[in-house]
Design a protein around this ligand. Structure first.
Ligand code: PRP
Length: 209
């Protein structure tokens, strides 16, 4: 219960520095988010269940493995889209189900605007993808939607997280495992993560102006 994994791989520290740097232009920002997501996904997939299978090599029969469960990636629009491809590279059989949420600029409360979760067809393991866990409002709403859908296991993959967001998700959903590269110092008065990386969605999609 209440699993928080901080991925402090040396390569993650270097890529994290690139995404934090305000001079990093969108194409380098996207690439760094992809690399960070790969490193997070390696950790998050450690507990995946396997089924034993046999294959024939060119020489003989041999024991092997395949994933035993349906894995679903749930990117939170928009910024979560930047994390989909690197997880699919590692888990090509994963399904992708989209959730649209944005944070109201005045209240910082999440607004739900899109859901593609197909009723009666929940995945076994749901990996919610969002580069930023700030107040935790968006993540908590996403966890609720995914649990209502019927996913047996829910995990949250974030590039950076504020202690406030981690505490909120774990108080409402102690069974949700959180994977992140950094637990930052906290939130500022505008509820932005500090030191943070700015607005991940705008930096990924080059919509800062
Ligand atoms: C950002 C981020 C999370 C949310 C985190 O999205 O990608 O979804 O805010 O904040 P919270 O933990 O306080 O809820 P944003 O609302 O900027 O939407 P966008 O991805 O469309 O830019």
């Amino acid at each position: 219960m209440r699993l928080l994994v901080q991925v402090d791989h040396p390569l993650a520290k270097c890529q994290l520095t690139i995404v934090r740097d305000k001079r990093t232009e969108p194409h380098r920002f996207r690439a760094a988010i992809r690399r960070l997501t790969s490193l997070i996904a390696c950790e998050a997939t450690r507990s995946m269940e396997l089924r034993a299978i046999e294959v024939e090599t060119p020489l003989t029969r041999c024991a092997g493995h395949t994933l035993a469960q349906r894995i679903g990636l749930i990117p939170i629009l928009r910024a979560g889209l930047g994390m989909v491809e690197p997880v699919l590279e590692l888990v090509p059989e994963a399904e992708v189900w989209h959730l649209g949420l944005y944070r109201d600029e005045q209240t910082a409360e999440p607004i739900h605007y899109y859901s593609k979760l197909k009723p009666d067809s929940p995945v076994h393991v749901a990996m919610i993808l969002d580069p930023m866990l700030a107040t935790g409002g968006s993540a908590a709403l996403a966890c609720q939607r995914v649990k209502d859908w019927g996913a047996e296991k829910v995990m949250l993959l974030s590039v950076i997280a504020a202690p406030e967001g981690i505490a909120r998700v774990h108080s409402e959903f102690p069974e949700v495992d959180i994977y992140t590269c950094s637990v930052d110092a906290g939130l500022n008065a505008n509820k932005f993560i500090v030191p943070g990386l700015g607005d991940a969605g705008d930096r990924i999609f080059n919509t800062l102006s």
